[in-house]
Design a protein around this ligand. Structure first.
Ligand SMILES: Cc1cc2nc3c(=O)[nH]c(=O)nc-3n(C[C@H](O)[C@H](O)[C@H](O)COP(=O)(O)OP(=O)(O)OC[C@H]3O[C@@H](n4cnc5c(N)ncnc54)[C@H](O)[C@@H]3O)c2cc1C
Length: 240
């Protein structure tokens, strides 16, 4: 908690995957010694945005960037209908100011990161996991890693080019799937609960798992992992 800072940041870029999913790249206007560990999150607020009691509105968002990229924070954000934070945020533009407070959270990699470690993401659950991958590759990690990633529709495949590059050049075993494929979809079909059993024989029973996604998905995946003989104590999760 001692490391927590409250800092202004500017929206440097916005990547829209749909009208409901955007990746915001924030640049800290000053640093004040802000640092984080991959997997952690920040509380995001907007200048002047308060509730009916005048209290500041703030929401948690996992950091998708790597600490190796100084003063930059990537956030992958869903706009829920009438979301108290997300709806006003989606009206902002590049150059506008936001406020971050953090870092927070204990969802972090256990070091050393073993060969064959498995990451499993659903939707924006990719955020903390790509933060971990980016950071490992920035440190020169060379062993095999798995990423199972499910998206609700093809256009919501975030960081597509970057992940395909990792799978080509960095030894990432990328298993992307959707239950709603279109004619151009060349990856897996279905949910992670069906793609995992397909590849389970290639995964050591001793590896660590890092899961992030909606709570129901995380619960279902843990059940499948246990049925496949993986150890509960090796499964680490974040959910929202
Ligand atoms: C540790 C942590 C990390 C998080 N990281 C991320 C992240 O990286 N990206 C991200 O988009 N969110 C993330 N969240 C969720 C985020 O903090 C907000 O809860 C979410 O954005 C909703 O806030 P809002 O202001 O948009 O909507 P609210 O005003 O809170 O809700 C508006 C409407 O949307 C519905 N709603 C809210 N959340 C959900 C949901 N998950 N599924 C379905 N309906 C919902 C509500 O029931 C309500 O009807 C994280 C949460 C936690 C605890």
């Amino acid at each position: 908690m001692l490391n927590v800072k409250q800092l202004p940041a500017k929206i440097e870029s916005i990547k829209a995957y749909s009208d409901k999913l955007r990746v915001f790249r924030l640049r800290l206007s000053r640093n004040d010694g802000f640092s984080f560990v991959p997997g952690q999150f920040v509380m995001l607020s907007l200048p002047g945005l308060v509730d009916s009691n005048g209290r500041k509105i703030a929401k948690a968002y996992s950091i998708a960037s790597s600490p190796s990229e100084q003063d930059v924070i990537d956030l992958c954000i869903v706009n829920y209908p009438n979301g108290v934070l997300s709806t006003p945020l989606f009206k902002l533009n590049v150059g506008d100011e936001v406020i971050i407070t953090g870092p927070y959270g204990m969802f972090q990699l256990k070091k050393p990161v073993g060969n064959g470690t498995v990451f499993i993401a659903g939707g924006t659950g990719l955020a903390p996991l790509i933060g971990m991958l980016r950071s490992l590759y920035a440190e020169g990690y060379k062993e095999k890693l798995w990423l199972f990633y499910s998206v609700s529709e093809p256009k919501l495949f975030m960081f597509r080019e970057e992940l395909l590059r990792y799978s080509k050049n960095k030894g990432l075993k990328l298993v992307v799937s959707t239950s709603n494929p279109d004619s151009s979809w060349s990856f897996e079909k279905g949910r992670v609960t069906s793609t995992l059993p397909k590849f389970a024989s290639e995964i050591s029973r001793e590896v660590q798992f890092y899961l992030c996604g909606p709570p129901e998905m995380v619960t279902d995946i843990i059940k499948v992992l246990e049925q496949l003989g993986f150890k509960k104590e090796n499964i680490h999760k974040e959910q929202w």
